[in-house]
Every structure is written in C-alpha cells, then in structure tokens.
Write a protein that binds this ligand. Sequence first.
Ligand SMILES: *Cc1c(COP(=O)(O)O)cnc(C)c1O
Length: 352
Amino acid sequence: MKKHNFSAGPCILPQSVLKQASEAVENFNGLDLSLIEISHRSADFVAVMEKARKLVLELMNLEGKGYSVLFLQGGASLEFLMVPYNLMSIGGKAAYLDTGTWSSKAIKEARILGEVEIMASSKDSNYSYIPKDYVVPSGVDYVHCTSNNTIFGTQMKEFPKTEAPLICDMSSDIFSRELDFSRFDLIYAGAQKNMGPAGTTLVVVKDEILGKTGREIPSMLDYKVHISKDSMYNTPSVFAVYVSMLTLDWLKSLGGIKEIERRNVEKARLLYDEIDRNPLFRGAAATEDRSDMNVTFLLTDDSRKQEFDALCKAKGINGINGHRSVGGYRASIYNAMPLESVAVLVDIMKSL
Ligand SMILES: *Cc1c(COP(=O)(O)O)cnc(C)c1O
C-alpha cells in the first residue's frame, strides 16, 4: 500500500497523474516515443505547453486580463533574483514583508540590485505569525510578499494594499484557495510544492509592469525574452511541465480552486481540531495565521516522541518531521493529499 505522504516538497501528486505520467514516459500520445525524448518544438509538446498555460489562466480567472504565463527553471529561488532584475529601477527601492526563511532569501537577492525596505518582520518570534499593522511605503518599484510560509506554517489571509506592483511568492499554496489573482502583478511558484514535480517554476506576470527599469537584463533572466519565446528560449523542463499540466487538468476536473479549497479547509480543520483538543500537542503558529497547507505542531511531552514516531511509522506516515528551525512536526497537506490520509494521522494522535 502506498504511504501517506506528508512531505513538504517535493510533494504528493495525484495517483492518476503519476500513472498518466509514467505511461507518457514510455509512450507519449501513441507516438511510440517517450515524452522525454521528443523535441520540445514538436507539435505534441508545444500543445502540452499551450494547454498548461491556458489552464493556469483559466484556474486563476485571469484570461484576457493582460497576463503572461511562463514555465521557467531555477526554482522559486531564481525568481528571488529575477524579480528585482526585471522590476527594480536603477538606484531604486522595493518593499518586502519578512515572514520567514524564504522571504529573507528573497530580500537577500533583491539587495544585490537595489534598496530594500522591510515593511515588517516576524523574525523576533521565530516567524510564528504574520505581521499585520505595517505601513506600505509609497514610491517603491514593487511590493513583495510570501503567501504561505512553508517552514513555519503561517499563511497570509490579507495582502498589502498598494499602488505599486504587488509580487507574491506562492510556492507552497498556489492553486489551493480562491484569491482575486488580478490583485497581483506577478506571482511565482516552484512547481514541486503544490503543482507538479520539481524542475519548473511557474511565473504569472502582468505584461504592462515589464520593461520599465532601464536596466540591461541577461537573456535568461529577462521575463520579456521568455514571454516572446513562449517559455522555449532554451529547452524547457519537458517532464515537469507535462506533469504540472496533468495536475492542473486534474484540479480543473475536480471543480477547480473552489472545490480544492473546500477540501483543503476540511483537511486542515480535522488536523488543527485534534492539535487543539489533545493536550499532548500544541500548534507552532499563531492561531489566526495558521496555514491550511503546512501544519506545524509540537509534542508537549517529549517523553512520548518515540511512541508517536513508532506509531506513525507503523501506519505508513511519511515526511512529518518538522523543519530544523521549528522542530516538532510538520504535516504538509497539499492539494493532492486525501482526507483519508489526514484521518490516519489524526487517529494516531487520538490514540496517544
Ligand atoms: C520551497 C520554497 C521556495 C524555494 O523553492 P525552490 O523551487 O526550491 O527554489 C521558495 N519559496 C517558498 C515559499 C517555498 O516553499
């Protein structure tokens, strides 16, 4: 039997997608060739890329609203640099919200190219909450935030209000909940948390914000170059794009983001209710900022750790060790995680 995979990333994918993907690795579209050995410029692969792009815009309700969709490489980590390269004017300044490890890495890269104003930070309490009463400065080139803090288990419910372009790293909660995506000018996400396998990064960008910095941009870092080449300026990560496309198609067939959000809320509630009810556990993140994707929690009695870990192992629970910077446990319950797997974990917690 397959394990219950709570891994934070690369993460669980739908079984049906894994099956289709493995078939395509052997024989894609009945071509008697593998998906990963055909030209990325062949009609069969170009159709995959087009469908993936279309699904992104459809699911986000951004069709016809002036956005381009890119499937790049280098992970969300390269976007930390590409964003300032493309949006920070020479001698310019950007505002960042510091809500965790990934935000701070984004800030570090931005500082290579300009000035960064940190609007607020929750570092003082090991990023256990999302700062709220901050002032968004005016006159900045853009404002950057991280919608879900994978390591700490916090999730933004409100986003900065600003006239400047709003940029969001949505790596670990992309397509998990309904948002007005048109409020954002650029969204990026490494595929491997909630959209597909590792190897491609989704970028959704409003065309009108690009080309304004006067900065010379190396081709591979230039969004406009990638847009003009339909994400095929160089060889795209064909397998990762294909599996992401299948996963988005799976999401659409379920009923889209609205339906997956309903399921995600149900899974998260089941787990948080047990964390709050059971005196042996406590949540690591501030209650009002809890993430529906990464549930971080701690044992209140460390002498029970061995017993809990052994039960988890016996029941096929995989990947719930907390990140070293929080300790305890982290159950990542991304889109493809079934409610039944969460119930297995909750039953173990109840039995303790
Ligand atoms: C995992 C993660 C990243 C880094 O993604 P890579 O694709 O490995 O570079 C960035 N931001 C967030 C929120 C993440 O969860």
